[in-house]
Design a protein around this ligand. Structure first.
Ligand code: 0L1
Ligand code: MG
Length: 262
């Protein structure tokens, strides 16, 4: 690690303030170019610690930048990992206040809930399949705290991978009988199709993202506990939204997830 404990705590407070006040900031590597990956995840961990200390529960874990479309959109090749908190959840069909956000974008995600712990190293899709309780669709609303989306991956990791809001669908399905690679997703904004993809767009199989998350945590002496909601990452590129927009995502075999931005 290159940053000391006080700098990590200060940067976590700086980025969380930006989130909670919906005020953008410049990327933190501008002032801390020596920051490494461990520093970036330590800042994210400190943001999580701050939220949990205030009684906000961690509602799930997320993989980001996992689809070929998103990697191309952001010009990166490495997935990143973060978390979502209970206060970020919004009901299916509900409203999302844009005044609480900076420049939101939506992503359609195939998600799972585990029934057994997953621990790397060596976690693979077979182990993930055996540990799935059910599959559920969701839409993630990402909202980078960085001005004009000008960031690098370490700054994004420190900023909890732009986590902001999420909407989970109402239909859960057993993984048996679903082919998550060919599962089609159609994203509509204001009644028009703006993006579509199949699950294979996420690393060939969305469950690869879960295995990578378990291996990432395993390298840090952690695991994905049983009962964890895991978001595998957007299947399409992220779509910008503004007040007045209505988003509806149709997931093959998993129903629809919708929301209005007000
Ligand atoms: O969920 C994600 O794919 C994380 C995206 C982080 C970068 C961004 O804000 O687009
Ligand atoms: Mg995402």
């Amino acid at each position: 690690m290159k940053l000391d404990a006080k700098t990590i705590a200060d940067l976590a407070a700086h980025l969380e303030d930006a989130e909670l006040k919906a005020q953008d900031v410049t990327k933190i590597t501008d002032d801390h170019p020596q920051m490494d990956w461990d520093d970036a995840y330590a800042i994210q961990d400190e943001i999580r610690r701050r939220k949990e200390a205030r009684g906000q529960r961690t509602a799930g874990l997320k993989a980001g930048l996992t689809s070929f479309a998103k990697m191309k959109q952001m010009g990166v090749e490495t997935p990143v990992f973060g978390f979502v908190s209970d206060y970020m959840a919004r009901p299916d069909g509900g409203e999302i206040k844009t005044s609480e956000l900076i420049h939101p974008k939506v992503e359609a995600e195939i998600c799972i809930v585990t029934k057994a712990p997953l621990r790397g190293p060596g976690c693979h899709v077979g182990a993930v399949l055996a540990a799935i309780d059910f599959v559920v669709p969701a839409v993630e609303i990402i909202d980078s705290r960085y001005r004009d989306f000008k960031f690098d991956l370490k700054s994004v990791v420190a900023d909890n991978t732009s986590a902001s809001r999420f909407v989970v669908g109402s239909r859960m399905r057993a993984v048996e009988g679903l082919d998550l690679r060919t599962l089609g997703v159609v994203l509509e904004k204001n009644g028009e199709i703006v993006a579509m993809a199949a699950g294979a767009a996420v690393l060939g199989n969305p469950l690869t993202a879960v295995a990578m998350l378990a291996n990432h945590l395993g390298a840090r002496g952690q695991e994905i506990p049983a009962g964890t909601f895991v978001m595998t990452g957007g299947v399409t590129e992220a779509i910008s939204v503004a007040a007045g927009d209505h988003v509806n995502v149709r997931f093959q075999d998993l129903g629809s997830v919708s929301m209005r931005f007000v």
